[in-house]
Design a protein around this ligand. Structure first.
Ligand code: SF4
Ligand code: SF4
Length: 415
């Protein structure tokens, strides 16, 4: 067993056990809990990450995520030592997930179906990872003796990619995610902050080189410069975090992505050889995948999703990260995917939600109806939209309906 002495230096009671041995023991233990990578990070955030964050916030690229720019949280991000009194070390870990084969194998054109970001196909990783991190932390309690520790998964003000890079776990790619030379970027990060002093690992070197594949492929040009993602343009932000009317020019670029976007990861050369679905989350405690993909999240039928009421939504996405959007956000995204599908058979589905209780759904349904209108359906659509306008109270929805009516008028000469 190892312990922390009065000066917080990690000691081992067995003669001949070196600090390298201790690190190996920690990493072995992390592996037992499903973490494929485990490295010891630096406690100080690199200047380039601090400057990058500051410039990003100054340019308002955090969009509506007000918590990102709160002063206290900014300070905490810049100073990891503020997250735990007496913290000496940060253990950075990665848990992989499996990108579905259809994303890897072919250009997705399943237009009647929705695409969900690979990490969100199973249970909510926040819950899953936290469970495993806590189990690992409990083991470290035994291994390292008396010390304090805190575990974090994404939600706290922790610059996880900067910490991971400083630990050598991987480098932050131009798309802003962490990449490992062998594993690519299909993994999620977590951290254990501990008062035990563990020698840090060597930082990772950047291997993006002259590549710009992620920048070039981004459907909305959200990677406005290497390492800078403007959340206001990013489909991941728009479909998950943003709870308003999605700017009209961006809707078309969303295609059939209804929750998140993986395009910048899919195109990354470091992911090409990393896995063709071979990387599985291994849950060594149960022998099953920790974040097992759920069948219903594999290219879900758009019409079925649009029929979900509150109870149906809650039931279907219980314990799933998708619940974050609430029904209104997800069905908004479904309306957009329908509008982009070119499938006129969705017209009836969209008409059926034009008086839905959620303004977001009514407004985006109106937009999608304009997209799918045809010589056969435009009069019916126009009639329903005019009727809705007589009772509509939401200004945003009124604007969407007005714009669609105007569009139909100009396209079909509707009265
Ligand atoms: S997640 Fe999609 S929209 Fe966002 S930066 Fe990557 S490719 Fe662009
Ligand atoms: S696609 Fe190229 S530039 Fe982008 S993260 Fe991967 S290696 Fe770096």
């Amino acid at each position: 067993m190892c312990f922390v002495d009065a000066t917080n230096i990690l000691m081992c009671q067995y003669a001949g056990v070196t600090t390298d041995d201790v690190k190996e023991m920690i990493k072995d233990k992390a592996s037992e809990h499903g973490f494929v990578l485990c490295r010891i990070a630096s406690l100080s955030i690199d200047h380039k990450h601090k400057q990058g964050l500051k410039r990003w916030i100054d340019a308002d690229m955090q969009a509506d995520m007000a918590w990102m720019s709160e002063q206290v949280r900014m300070q905490r991000r810049m100073q990891p030592e503020s997250m735990l009194e007496g913290v000496q070390s940060v253990i950075s870990v990665a848990m992989p997930y499996s990108p579905p084969a259809y994303l890897l194998d072919e250009a997705n054109d399943a237009k009647g179906q929705g695409v969900i970001s690979a990490y969100a196909h199973g249970d909510d990783y926040h819950d899953v990872m936290k469970k495993y991190l806590k189990a690992l932390a409990a083991d470290l309690d035994v291994m390292l003796g008396k010390h304090d520790q805190r575990v974090f998964v994404d939600t706290a003000p922790v610059l996880e990619h900067a910490l991971a890079e400083s630990s050598g776990l991987g480098w932050q790619g131009k798309h802003s995610l962490t990449i490992h030379r062998d594993l690519g970027s299909w993994f999620l990060l977590g951290e254990i902050f501990t008062t035990a002093s563990i020698e840090k690992d060597e930082a990772a070197k950047n291997h993006c080189g002259s590549c710009s594949a992620c920048i070039d492929v981004c459907p909305t040009q959200a990677i406005v410069a290497p390492y800078v993602v403007d959340a206001r343009l990013c489909i991941s932000y728009l479909t998950i975090e943003f709870d308003g009317f999605i700017p009209r020019p961006l809707r078309i670029m969303m295609g059939n992505r209804i929750y998140g976007c993986d395009d910048c990861q899919l195109v990354c050369p470091w992911n090409q050889h990393a896995s063709k679905g071979s990387l599985r989350l291994h849950d060594l405690q149960t022998g099953e995948d920790s974040i097992k993909p759920r069948g219903e999240n594999h290219l879900p039928n758009l019409a079925s999703l649009l029929r979900l009421d509150d109870d149906g939504f809650r039931q279907l996405f219980r314990k799933s990260p998708i619940k974050r959007t609430k029904r209104a956000g997800l069905l908004r995204n479904v309306c957009i995917a329908m509008g982009n599908s070119g499938k006129t058979l969705f017209v009836d589905d969209l008409l059926s939600v034009i008086a839905d209780k959620e303004p977001l759904i009514r407004g985006h349904a109106a937009w999608a109806l304009g997209c799918l209108s045809s010589a056969n359906s435009h009069q019916r659509i126009s009639l329903v939209l005019h009727q809705q306008l007589t009772v509509e109270t939401d200004a945003g929805v009124c604007e969407e309906i007005d714009l669609t009516i105007e569009y139909l008028r100009s396209k079909y000469d509707d009265a």
